[in-house]
Design a protein around this ligand. Sequence first.
Ligand SMILES: Nc1ncnc2c1ncn2[C@@H]1O[C@H](COP(=O)(O)OP(=O)(O)O)[C@@H](O)[C@H]1O
Ligand SMILES: [Mg+2]
Length: 396
Amino acid sequence: MKLNVAVFFGGQSVEHEVSIISAHQAIESLDKEKYNVLPIYISKDQKLYFGEALFNMETFKNLDAIPTITTHIDLVNQNNQVEILPVKTSLFGKKVLGTIDVAIPVMHGTYGEDGTIQGYFEMLKVPYAGCDLFSAAVGQDKVLQKHILHDAGLPITNWFWVYAREMDDDPVGVLTKVRKLIYPVILKPARTGSSVGISIAHNDDEYRKCFEEARQYDEKIITEKVVKPMREINCSVLGDQYNAMVSALEEVNHGDTNELLDFKDKYLQGGNSSKQSQGMASTSRIVPAPISDGKTKDIQELALKTFKILGASGVCRIDFMMDAETSTVYVNEINTIPGSLAFYLWKETGVSFPELMDKLVEQALERERRRSRMTFSYETNILENYSSQSAKGAKQ
Ligand SMILES: Nc1ncnc2c1ncn2[C@@H]1O[C@H](COP(=O)(O)OP(=O)(O)O)[C@@H](O)[C@H]1O
Ligand SMILES: [Mg+2]
Protein backbone atom coordinates (compact mmCIF):
# COMPACT_ATOMS: atom_id res chain seq x y z
CA MET A 1 0.00 0.00 0.00
CA LYS A 2 1.24 3.45 -0.87
CA LEU A 3 1.83 5.88 1.97
CA ASN A 4 -0.10 9.13 1.87
CA VAL A 5 2.53 11.82 2.25
CA ALA A 6 1.36 15.41 2.68
CA VAL A 7 3.77 18.22 1.88
CA PHE A 8 2.92 21.43 3.76
CA PHE A 9 4.19 24.73 2.41
CA GLY A 10 3.61 28.49 2.37
CA GLY A 11 2.62 29.90 5.76
CA GLN A 12 2.82 33.27 7.44
CA SER A 13 6.47 34.01 6.85
CA VAL A 14 8.62 36.37 4.79
CA GLU A 15 9.89 33.19 3.19
CA HIS A 16 6.40 32.19 1.98
CA GLU A 17 7.36 32.18 -1.69
CA VAL A 18 10.71 30.50 -1.07
CA SER A 19 8.81 27.72 0.70
CA ILE A 20 6.58 27.26 -2.37
CA ILE A 21 9.68 26.70 -4.48
CA SER A 22 11.37 24.35 -1.99
CA ALA A 23 8.15 22.36 -1.56
CA HIS A 24 7.69 21.88 -5.28
CA GLN A 25 11.22 20.64 -5.63
CA ALA A 26 10.43 18.16 -2.84
CA ILE A 27 7.06 17.14 -4.34
CA GLU A 28 8.71 16.44 -7.70
CA SER A 29 11.30 14.27 -5.99
CA LEU A 30 8.97 12.13 -3.89
CA ASP A 31 8.76 8.69 -5.51
CA LYS A 32 5.21 8.39 -6.89
CA GLU A 33 5.54 4.57 -6.91
CA LYS A 34 5.85 4.59 -3.13
CA TYR A 35 3.78 7.60 -2.12
CA ASN A 36 0.52 9.35 -2.86
CA VAL A 37 1.70 12.92 -2.66
CA LEU A 38 -0.78 15.40 -1.18
CA PRO A 39 0.18 19.08 -1.47
CA ILE A 40 -1.23 21.29 1.29
CA TYR A 41 -0.80 25.01 0.86
CA ILE A 42 -0.98 27.34 3.88
CA SER A 43 -1.92 30.88 2.90
CA LYS A 44 -0.33 33.95 4.42
CA ASP A 45 -3.38 34.22 6.69
CA GLN A 46 -2.80 30.63 7.86
CA LYS A 47 -5.64 28.83 6.12
CA LEU A 48 -5.11 25.37 4.66
CA TYR A 49 -5.89 24.61 1.01
CA PHE A 50 -5.88 21.36 -0.91
CA GLY A 51 -6.36 20.48 -4.58
CA GLU A 52 -4.83 19.37 -7.89
CA ALA A 53 -3.98 22.96 -8.84
CA LEU A 54 -1.34 22.99 -6.09
CA PHE A 55 0.87 20.64 -8.13
CA ASN A 56 1.25 23.36 -10.73
CA MET A 57 3.76 26.16 -10.09
CA GLU A 58 1.74 28.44 -12.39
CA THR A 59 -0.97 28.46 -9.70
CA PHE A 60 1.31 30.48 -7.42
CA LYS A 61 1.69 33.39 -9.81
CA ASN A 62 -1.59 34.64 -8.37
CA LEU A 63 -1.78 33.76 -4.68
CA ASP A 64 -5.10 35.59 -4.24
CA ALA A 65 -6.84 33.22 -6.68
CA ILE A 66 -5.84 30.05 -4.80
CA PRO A 67 -8.96 29.97 -2.53
CA THR A 68 -11.14 30.00 -5.66
CA ILE A 69 -9.48 27.05 -7.40
CA THR A 70 -8.69 24.81 -4.42
CA THR A 71 -10.62 23.62 -1.35
CA HIS A 72 -10.31 25.29 2.03
CA ILE A 73 -9.68 22.35 4.36
CA ASP A 74 -9.38 21.30 7.94
CA LEU A 75 -7.48 18.31 9.33
CA VAL A 76 -9.13 16.06 11.87
CA ASN A 77 -7.92 12.91 13.60
CA GLN A 78 -10.75 10.39 13.56
CA ASN A 79 -10.37 6.70 14.34
CA ASN A 80 -6.58 7.13 14.52
CA GLN A 81 -6.42 8.57 11.03
CA VAL A 82 -5.79 12.13 10.01
CA GLU A 83 -8.49 13.10 7.54
CA ILE A 84 -8.59 16.00 5.12
CA LEU A 85 -12.06 17.56 5.31
CA PRO A 86 -13.53 20.54 3.48
CA VAL A 87 -14.34 23.43 5.81
CA LYS A 88 -17.66 24.05 4.02
CA THR A 89 -20.32 21.40 4.43
CA SER A 90 -22.12 20.39 1.24
CA LEU A 91 -25.67 19.06 0.98
CA PHE A 92 -24.27 15.56 1.38
CA GLY A 93 -22.31 16.33 4.55
CA LYS A 94 -18.53 16.39 4.74
CA LYS A 95 -16.74 14.18 2.28
CA VAL A 96 -13.28 13.01 3.32
CA LEU A 97 -10.89 14.27 0.65
CA GLY A 98 -7.96 12.13 1.73
CA THR A 99 -6.00 10.82 4.71
CA ILE A 100 -2.44 11.60 5.82
CA ASP A 101 0.10 9.01 6.99
CA VAL A 102 3.15 11.30 7.11
CA ALA A 103 3.45 15.09 7.03
CA ILE A 104 6.50 16.84 5.60
CA PRO A 105 6.68 20.53 6.46
CA VAL A 106 8.65 22.38 3.80
CA MET A 107 8.16 25.79 5.34
CA HIS A 108 10.81 28.34 6.16
CA GLY A 109 10.91 30.82 9.03
CA THR A 110 8.00 31.80 11.26
CA TYR A 111 5.12 29.37 11.81
CA GLY A 112 6.87 26.63 9.83
CA GLU A 113 10.40 26.29 11.08
CA ASP A 114 9.80 27.58 14.59
CA GLY A 115 7.78 24.80 16.23
CA THR A 116 4.33 26.16 15.38
CA ILE A 117 3.38 23.67 12.68
CA GLN A 118 5.20 20.93 14.59
CA GLY A 119 2.88 21.67 17.53
CA TYR A 120 -0.08 21.39 15.19
CA PHE A 121 1.16 17.99 13.97
CA GLU A 122 1.63 16.88 17.59
CA MET A 123 -1.97 17.77 18.37
CA LEU A 124 -3.16 15.91 15.27
CA LYS A 125 -0.99 12.93 16.20
CA VAL A 126 0.38 12.64 12.70
CA PRO A 127 4.00 11.50 12.15
CA TYR A 128 6.01 14.37 10.67
CA ALA A 129 9.44 14.78 9.16
CA GLY A 130 12.16 17.05 10.49
CA CYS A 131 12.78 18.56 13.90
CA ASP A 132 10.27 18.04 16.67
CA LEU A 133 8.53 20.98 18.29
CA PHE A 134 11.30 21.62 20.82
CA SER A 135 14.30 21.53 18.52
CA ALA A 136 12.45 23.56 15.89
CA ALA A 137 11.73 26.27 18.47
CA VAL A 138 15.33 26.32 19.69
CA GLY A 139 16.51 26.39 16.08
CA GLN A 140 14.50 29.54 15.45
CA ASP A 141 15.47 31.38 18.63
CA LYS A 142 19.07 32.52 18.27
CA VAL A 143 19.31 33.41 21.97
CA LEU A 144 18.32 29.97 23.26
CA GLN A 145 20.43 28.35 20.57
CA LYS A 146 23.58 30.30 21.39
CA HIS A 147 23.23 29.53 25.11
CA ILE A 148 23.05 25.81 24.34
CA LEU A 149 25.95 25.88 21.86
CA HIS A 150 28.09 27.88 24.29
CA ASP A 151 27.25 25.51 27.12
CA ALA A 152 28.26 22.55 24.96
CA GLY A 153 31.65 24.15 24.28
CA LEU A 154 30.96 24.73 20.58
CA PRO A 155 32.78 27.74 19.12
CA ILE A 156 30.56 30.81 18.69
CA THR A 157 31.44 34.48 18.31
CA ASN A 158 31.47 36.71 21.42
CA TRP A 159 27.97 37.98 21.99
CA PHE A 160 25.36 39.19 24.41
CA TRP A 161 21.62 39.77 24.26
CA VAL A 162 19.15 42.14 25.85
CA TYR A 163 15.43 42.79 25.82
CA ALA A 164 14.83 45.89 23.70
CA ARG A 165 13.46 47.73 26.74
CA GLU A 166 16.93 47.70 28.29
CA MET A 167 18.02 50.23 25.66
CA ASP A 168 15.33 52.62 26.97
CA ASP A 169 16.08 51.97 30.64
CA ASP A 170 19.88 51.76 30.58
CA PRO A 171 21.43 52.78 27.25
CA VAL A 172 24.82 53.42 28.83
CA GLY A 173 24.87 49.91 30.27
CA VAL A 174 24.06 48.40 26.86
CA LEU A 175 26.66 50.51 25.05
CA THR A 176 29.26 49.52 27.63
CA LYS A 177 28.62 45.86 26.78
CA VAL A 178 28.91 46.67 23.07
CA ARG A 179 32.28 48.37 23.50
CA LYS A 180 33.59 45.31 25.31
CA LEU A 181 32.95 43.34 22.11
CA ILE A 182 34.79 46.05 20.11
CA TYR A 183 33.20 47.53 16.97
CA PRO A 184 32.13 46.55 14.35
CA VAL A 185 29.30 44.48 15.79
CA ILE A 186 26.30 42.87 14.16
CA LEU A 187 22.79 43.20 15.56
CA LYS A 188 20.12 40.56 15.08
CA PRO A 189 16.52 40.16 16.18
CA ALA A 190 16.49 36.77 17.96
CA ARG A 191 13.76 35.06 15.95
CA THR A 192 13.43 36.37 12.40
CA GLY A 193 15.57 34.77 9.69
CA SER A 194 16.45 35.71 6.10
CA SER A 195 18.62 38.53 7.43
CA VAL A 196 15.50 40.57 8.28
CA GLY A 197 16.38 43.34 10.76
CA ILE A 198 20.09 42.42 10.78
CA SER A 199 22.72 45.13 10.35
CA ILE A 200 26.28 46.06 11.22
CA ALA A 201 27.25 49.00 13.46
CA HIS A 202 30.68 50.65 13.57
CA ASN A 203 30.07 53.16 16.37
CA ASP A 204 27.59 54.13 19.09
CA ASP A 205 25.45 56.27 16.77
CA GLU A 206 25.11 53.49 14.24
CA TYR A 207 24.47 51.02 17.03
CA ARG A 208 21.50 53.03 18.29
CA LYS A 209 20.06 53.18 14.75
CA CYS A 210 20.60 49.47 14.10
CA PHE A 211 19.05 48.67 17.47
CA GLU A 212 15.90 50.62 16.57
CA GLU A 213 15.73 48.68 13.30
CA ALA A 214 16.22 45.29 14.97
CA ARG A 215 13.60 45.90 17.67
CA GLN A 216 10.95 46.35 14.99
CA TYR A 217 11.10 42.57 14.60
CA ASP A 218 11.70 41.16 18.05
CA GLU A 219 11.97 42.11 21.70
CA LYS A 220 15.11 40.02 22.11
CA ILE A 221 18.12 41.61 20.44
CA ILE A 222 21.48 39.94 19.92
CA THR A 223 24.74 41.82 19.52
CA GLU A 224 27.64 39.84 18.16
CA LYS A 225 31.23 40.46 17.19
CA VAL A 226 31.65 40.74 13.41
CA VAL A 227 33.89 38.14 11.78
CA LYS A 228 35.86 39.90 9.09
CA PRO A 229 37.17 38.99 6.58
CA MET A 230 34.72 36.11 6.67
CA ARG A 231 34.08 32.99 4.62
CA GLU A 232 30.64 31.47 4.94
CA ILE A 233 30.66 27.66 4.94
CA ASN A 234 27.56 25.49 5.32
CA CYS A 235 27.06 21.80 5.97
CA SER A 236 23.89 19.73 5.96
CA VAL A 237 23.10 16.98 8.45
CA LEU A 238 20.49 14.30 7.81
CA GLY A 239 19.00 11.83 10.30
CA ASP A 240 18.27 11.98 14.00
CA GLN A 241 20.14 11.87 17.31
CA TYR A 242 20.96 8.15 16.90
CA ASN A 243 21.89 8.01 13.29
CA ALA A 244 22.99 11.06 11.35
CA MET A 245 25.19 11.73 8.36
CA VAL A 246 26.93 14.86 7.10
CA SER A 247 26.98 16.30 3.61
CA ALA A 248 29.63 17.94 1.49
CA LEU A 249 30.30 21.57 2.39
CA GLU A 250 29.35 24.63 0.42
CA GLU A 251 30.89 28.06 0.40
CA VAL A 252 28.41 30.89 -0.07
CA ASN A 253 29.81 33.58 -2.28
CA HIS A 254 29.65 37.17 -1.12
CA GLY A 255 31.42 38.67 -4.11
CA ASP A 256 34.13 41.20 -3.26
CA THR A 257 32.12 43.40 -0.93
CA ASN A 258 31.98 41.18 2.17
CA GLU A 259 28.70 42.91 2.95
CA LEU A 260 25.71 41.11 4.42
CA LEU A 261 23.73 38.91 2.09
CA ASP A 262 20.26 40.32 2.46
CA PHE A 263 16.92 38.80 1.55
CA LYS A 264 17.10 40.08 -2.04
CA ASP A 265 20.65 38.81 -2.54
CA LYS A 266 19.69 35.43 -1.18
CA TYR A 267 16.61 34.85 -3.24
CA LEU A 268 16.11 37.42 -5.96
CA GLN A 269 19.56 37.58 -7.52
CA GLY A 270 19.04 41.04 -9.00
CA GLY A 271 15.71 40.05 -10.50
CA ASN A 272 17.04 37.26 -12.71
CA SER A 273 13.85 35.25 -13.04
CA SER A 274 15.38 31.95 -14.11
CA LYS A 275 17.49 31.96 -10.95
CA GLN A 276 14.56 33.09 -8.82
CA SER A 277 12.67 29.93 -9.63
CA GLN A 278 15.44 27.79 -8.19
CA GLY A 279 15.14 29.10 -4.62
CA MET A 280 18.18 28.58 -2.42
CA ALA A 281 19.80 26.42 -5.07
CA SER A 282 20.37 29.59 -7.11
CA THR A 283 22.46 31.54 -4.59
CA SER A 284 26.03 31.84 -5.72
CA ARG A 285 27.79 28.94 -4.05
CA ILE A 286 30.70 26.57 -4.48
CA VAL A 287 30.16 22.88 -3.71
CA PRO A 288 32.29 21.34 -2.34
CA ALA A 289 33.74 24.33 -0.50
CA PRO A 290 37.36 24.92 -1.54
CA ILE A 291 38.95 24.31 1.86
CA SER A 292 41.39 21.67 3.09
CA ASP A 293 40.28 18.10 3.87
CA GLY A 294 41.24 18.62 7.51
CA LYS A 295 39.15 21.78 7.86
CA THR A 296 36.28 20.07 6.03
CA LYS A 297 36.34 17.20 8.56
CA ASP A 298 36.48 19.66 11.49
CA ILE A 299 33.45 21.53 10.22
CA GLN A 300 31.52 18.32 9.54
CA GLU A 301 32.24 17.19 13.09
CA LEU A 302 31.04 20.53 14.48
CA ALA A 303 27.91 20.27 12.31
CA LEU A 304 27.13 16.84 13.75
CA LYS A 305 27.69 18.01 17.33
CA THR A 306 25.48 21.08 16.77
CA PHE A 307 22.72 18.91 15.27
CA LYS A 308 22.82 16.51 18.19
CA ILE A 309 23.06 19.01 21.04
CA LEU A 310 20.10 20.95 19.63
CA GLY A 311 18.12 17.71 19.39
CA ALA A 312 17.58 18.19 15.66
CA SER A 313 16.30 15.67 13.13
CA GLY A 314 15.38 15.46 9.47
CA VAL A 315 17.47 17.48 7.05
CA CYS A 316 19.08 20.58 8.53
CA ARG A 317 21.76 22.97 7.36
CA ILE A 318 24.30 24.27 9.83
CA ASP A 319 25.98 27.53 8.88
CA PHE A 320 29.51 28.42 9.85
CA MET A 321 31.66 31.50 9.65
CA MET A 322 35.36 31.09 9.08
CA ASP A 323 37.78 33.92 9.78
CA ALA A 324 39.51 34.15 6.40
CA GLU A 325 42.81 35.20 8.00
CA THR A 326 43.11 32.90 11.01
CA SER A 327 40.86 30.06 9.70
CA THR A 328 39.08 30.05 13.07
CA VAL A 329 35.63 28.51 12.63
CA TYR A 330 32.46 29.62 14.45
CA VAL A 331 29.06 27.98 14.40
CA ASN A 332 26.61 30.63 13.22
CA GLU A 333 23.22 28.92 13.28
CA ILE A 334 21.13 25.91 12.40
CA ASN A 335 18.43 26.09 9.72
CA THR A 336 16.02 23.31 10.57
CA ILE A 337 14.20 23.43 7.21
CA PRO A 338 16.85 24.71 4.82
CA GLY A 339 16.09 26.24 1.42
CA SER A 340 15.63 23.55 -1.26
CA LEU A 341 16.06 21.06 1.64
CA ALA A 342 19.79 21.38 0.86
CA PHE A 343 19.35 18.72 -1.85
CA TYR A 344 22.25 20.19 -3.82
CA LEU A 345 24.63 19.33 -0.95
CA TRP A 346 23.29 15.77 -0.74
CA LYS A 347 23.57 15.30 -4.48
CA GLU A 348 27.28 16.07 -4.13
CA THR A 349 27.46 13.54 -1.27
CA GLY A 350 25.88 10.77 -3.37
CA VAL A 351 22.35 10.97 -1.95
CA SER A 352 19.79 11.76 -4.66
CA PHE A 353 16.81 14.03 -3.97
CA PRO A 354 14.35 11.05 -4.08
CA GLU A 355 16.59 9.18 -1.57
CA LEU A 356 16.64 12.28 0.63
CA MET A 357 12.83 12.35 0.61
CA ASP A 358 12.71 8.60 1.44
CA LYS A 359 14.94 9.25 4.43
CA LEU A 360 12.69 12.05 5.67
CA VAL A 361 9.62 9.79 5.47
CA GLU A 362 11.52 7.02 7.26
CA GLN A 363 12.72 9.45 9.97
CA ALA A 364 9.14 10.60 10.61
CA LEU A 365 7.92 7.00 10.97
CA GLU A 366 10.89 5.96 13.08
CA ARG A 367 10.27 8.79 15.59
CA GLU A 368 6.64 7.73 15.74
CA ARG A 369 7.71 4.13 16.47
CA ARG A 370 10.01 5.27 19.28
CA ARG A 371 7.34 7.51 20.75
CA SER A 372 4.68 4.84 20.68
CA ARG A 373 6.82 2.91 23.19
CA MET A 374 6.91 5.82 25.65
CA THR A 375 4.56 6.67 28.47
CA PHE A 376 2.67 9.91 28.20
CA SER A 377 -0.13 9.30 30.68
CA TYR A 378 -0.94 7.34 33.80
CA GLU A 379 -3.78 4.90 34.01
CA THR A 380 -4.94 6.33 37.32
CA ASN A 381 -7.20 9.34 37.47
CA ILE A 382 -6.28 11.60 40.40
CA LEU A 383 -9.68 13.27 40.07
CA GLU A 384 -11.52 10.10 41.10
CA ASN A 385 -11.45 11.25 44.72
CA TYR A 386 -11.82 14.95 43.91
CA SER A 387 -13.77 17.13 46.30
CA SER A 388 -14.03 20.90 45.97
CA GLN A 389 -12.77 21.36 49.58
CA SER A 390 -9.39 19.83 48.78
CA ALA A 391 -8.94 21.79 45.52
CA LYS A 392 -7.05 24.76 46.98
CA GLY A 393 -3.32 24.45 46.61
CA ALA A 394 -3.66 21.10 44.89
CA LYS A 395 -0.59 21.58 42.71
CA GLN A 396 2.44 20.60 44.77
N1 LIG B 1 29.17 37.60 13.46
C1 LIG B 1 29.05 37.82 12.15
N2 LIG B 1 30.06 38.40 11.45
C2 LIG B 1 29.94 38.65 10.13
N3 LIG B 1 28.84 38.37 9.41
C3 LIG B 1 27.80 37.79 10.04
C4 LIG B 1 27.85 37.49 11.45
N4 LIG B 1 26.68 36.92 11.80
C5 LIG B 1 25.94 36.86 10.68
N5 LIG B 1 26.60 37.39 9.62
C6 LIG B 1 26.10 37.47 8.24
O1 LIG B 1 24.71 37.77 8.28
C7 LIG B 1 23.95 36.73 7.65
C8 LIG B 1 22.63 36.54 8.38
O2 LIG B 1 22.87 36.19 9.74
P1 LIG B 1 22.25 34.90 10.40
O3 LIG B 1 22.69 34.85 11.81
O4 LIG B 1 22.56 33.73 9.57
O5 LIG B 1 20.70 35.23 10.38
P2 LIG B 1 19.47 34.68 9.50
O6 LIG B 1 18.69 33.82 10.45
O7 LIG B 1 18.72 35.90 9.13
O8 LIG B 1 20.01 33.90 8.36
C9 LIG B 1 24.86 35.52 7.69
O9 LIG B 1 24.54 34.64 6.65
C10 LIG B 1 26.23 36.15 7.52
O10 LIG B 1 26.48 36.43 6.15
MG1 LIG C 1 21.45 32.45 8.33
